[in-house]
Design a protein around this ligand. Structure first.
Ligand SMILES: C[S@@+](CC[C@H](N)C(=O)[O-])C[C@H]1O[C@@H](n2cnc3c(N)ncnc32)[C@H](O)[C@@H]1O
Length: 285
């Protein structure tokens, strides 16, 4: 009789299989998918290395591993992710929130007053707005997205994280921002230049929404629109904070300076990449 597939044996096999298909972090992915099937936590998995898998478990695991081998991101397979240590539902309608974006939240929190009015442009899963609402109990937020499907996910996430009452989710195009005025406008807009889309990792290119990625010919279309509208949408002294892609920080700083914002700055993420650009409307008497 063939040796049974134990937890450890199948983990080793799967990690090798996924690695051969060019998947980084193959062992971790193998573990996350097995944790899902066996309904264990990480420790539970490690103390059960010798446990043989039942036929139904094996079949369910094979199916998930097949999806990952076709480069579907783990977050879409599991239907969930995490941002700012908050659990978020994710579906292929929304970008999977990235840890880099937490730097934008940090910068926003340094500038947010107690009863701040905040606009989150291109909210996607709602990650940024929900993190800010979670940290700022007296803030009122408006979160817009052009994608109705994304707004449905964002609303569900806000509800499950207990901040649904303080975020107004609205269908909207960043070419015409709500008038506000807002003390804080935050955005992680689509910023991949058209010509770079084809070379993205398959996980991103083939699974994440194009609407969340494509930023026009040079990747800066959304920044131009956001910068142009900032003077009328920001309150006196209000801040606009924007996540930017690699190599875009200087150009976006220039855009904010050109429309008259002051104290324009750039902040690196924890990998040392210039990641957040911000500027404020001058304080008027
Ligand atoms: C890069 S994703 C960011 C999602 C989320 N804020 C995050 O950081 O994880 C950009 C979002 O902008 C939205 N979007 C794209 N074009 C837009 C437009 N013209 N007006 C409003 N939202 C737009 C997309 O649907 C997508 O949800």
């Amino acid at each position: 009789m063939a040796e049974p597939w134990t937890v450890l044996k199948i983990l080793k096999w799967t990690a090798g299989y996924l690695q051969e298909r060019g998947i980084e972090g193959a062992r971790l992915d193998a573990e996350l998918l097995l944790i899902e099937v066996l309904k264990l936590d990480r420790v539970g998995l490690y103390v059960n290395y010798d446990r043989p898998l039942e036929a139904t478990e094996l079949a369910a695991y094979r199916q998930l591993v097949g999806r990952r081998a076709r480069r579907e991101p783990v977050a879409y397979i599991l239907g969930r992710s995490e941002f700012w240590s908050l659990p978020l539902l994710v579906r292929p309608d929304v970008l999977i929130p990235r840890p880099d974006t937490e730097v934008l939240v940090e910068e926003a929190l340094q500038r947010a007053g107690d009863e701040c009015r905040i606009l989150d442009v291109g909210t996607g899963s709602g990650a940024i707005a929900i993190a800010l609402a979670h940290e700022l109990p007296n803030a009122r937020l408006v979160a817009i997205d052009i994608s109705e499907a994304a707004l449905t996910v964002a609303q569900e996430n806000a509800r499950s994280n207990g901040v649904g009452e303080r975020i107004s989710f609205q269908s909207g195009n960043l070419q015409r921002l709500p008038v506000g005025p807002f003390e804080l406008i935050v955005a992680n807009p689509p910023y991949i230049p058209q010509g770079d889309l084809a070379a993205l990792q398959p996980e991103v290119r083939d699974y994440e929404p194009q609407l969340a990625l494509a930023g026009g010919k040079d990747g800066l279309d959304c920044y131009r629109a956001l910068a142009a509208q900032s003077p009328q949408c920001l309150s006196s002294g209000g801040w606009m904070l924007l996540e930017v892609g690699i190599g875009q920080a200087e150009l976006v700083q220039q855009l904010l300076t050109e429309v008259g914002l002051v104290e324009v700055f750039c902040r690196n993420d924890y990998a040392g990449v210039a990641r957040v650009v911000g500027g404020r409307r001058a304080v008027t008497a």
